[in-house]
Design a protein around this ligand. Structure first.
Ligand code: PEP
Ligand code: MN
Length: 360
């Protein structure tokens, strides 16, 4: 990805005065359904109409998409509404058909990004295309895998690239369908500031009433756009029913979202910001210092346990710490979710230290 500046060109060329919006149903179901939704979305801020034609379903026996037939419906969307079109491709045959039907934007789904073989096959089939290609994050939070897919496409001379953050699956129960792991998206933005990044709050939340909040967080984190699943009758959609919104709701969401500037040249703002950032830097250093001290104490405990041949994990003591810290955190405005996550990470590091001492 040498010509990194080029990456942003396609987005700048759209000349939008607002974030890029890609919307449309999870799946194309019938020609009438596709055209009805498209007609409700035309003359809004939606630039690209999405619809899944080939649906990657976790379990067999569910609706797996209408197939190539749906590409004709997307072509009709373009001629009837003027909106550009977008669909997911998952192999070389999909790519060939999508290009033949002049689909404007192709995305690689989360289940495909995990497979370098599939990504390479798609990249080869797309070689040199001037279509926009967006790569969804892999289902597992692995930045290298995500970047690897982008690199394969860049190497296949595909210029109009971007990524879609759709969250990551976890075994642990969470309020999200796919955890956003914002830190990972931020890391990607830091490494490749010119790679456009779109947020997909539909697949992150899995629930339509959480879509606004996740969209706002994404815009606050300088995401370039949103992909939001939209259906005139969400509850009866053939896939992802609980996360789709109506066109009317989508228009309201777009109206209510606050679009913040990346920065402001005003001197007072900058001096205040620098002051607060300096405070954060000081506190961050203190946190690291304290964690180092805590681990030194854990090393001491490890040595004692080794002497007496006592197990590293002491569940009772650990549960006491957790309960106490959740209360302490609460009184300082820190959420239980955050305290549990942070202390679990600290505890794991502490166990690693003790293990090293006991076995080392
Ligand atoms: C989709 O966009 O409908 C889809 C299947 O998404 P993902 O690849 O993120 O699961
Ligand atoms: Mn979907």
């Amino acid at each position: 990805m040498e010509n990194k500046k080029e990456l942003r060109t396609w987005l700048n060329d759209l000349n939008l005065s607002h974030p890029l919006v890609i919307a449309g149903p999870c799946s194309a179901e019938t020609e009438e359904q596709v055209l009805k939704i498209a007609n409700e979305l035309k003359d809004t801020d939606v630039s690209y109409f999405r619809a899944g034609i080939w649906k990657p379903r976790t379990r067999p026996g569910m609706f797996e998409g209408v197939g190539a037939l749906g590409l004709k419906w997307l072509q009709k969307v373009k001629t009837e509404t003027g909106m550009k079109t977008a669909t997911e491709v998952a192999n070389a045959a999909h790519v060939k058909l999508a290009l033949e039907h002049d689909i404007d934007l192709l995305w690689i789904g989360a289940r495909s990004t995990v497979s370098p073989f599939i990504v390479q096959e798609i990249a080869d089939a797309l070689h040199g295309t001037d279509k926009i290609v967006l790569v969804k994050n892999p289902v597992n939070p692995d930045l290298a895998l995500w970047l690897g897919a982008i690199e394969r496409l860049a190497t296949a001379d595909i210029k109009k690239l971007g990524v879609i953050h759709r969250g990551f699956s976890t075994y642990e129960k969470s309020k999200y369908r796919n955890n956003p792991e914002w830190q990972l998206a931020i890391e990607l933005q830091t490494k490749f500031p010119d790679l456009p990044i779109i947020n997909d709050p539909s697949h992150i939340t899995g629930k339509r009433d959480m879509i606004f909040d996740v969209s706002q967080t994404a815009l606050d984190l300088n995401f370039d756009g949103l992909m939001i699943e939209t259906h005139f009758d969400p509850d009866n959609a053939w896939s992802d029913a609980s996360q789709q919104v109506t066109p009317k709701t989508l228009i309201q969401i777009m109206k209510d979202l606050k679009i913040r500037k990346e920065t402001d040249p005003e001197a007072e703002y900058n001096s205040k910001l620098n002051n607060l950032r300096a405070q954060i830097d000081v506190v961050d250093n203190q946190i690291i210092d304290l964690l180092g001290k805590r681990m030194k104490a854990a090393d001491g405990i490890g040595a004692l346990k080794k002497q007496k041949n006592v197990a590293v994990l002491q569940s009772k003591r650990w549960n006491e710490i957790l309960g106490h810290m959740v209360l302490e955190g609460e009184s300082r405005g820190l959420s239980e979710e955050f305290i549990l996550k942070m202390f679990k990470a600290i505890h794991q590091e502490s166990i690693n230290h003790q293990e090293k001492i006991i076995n080392g």
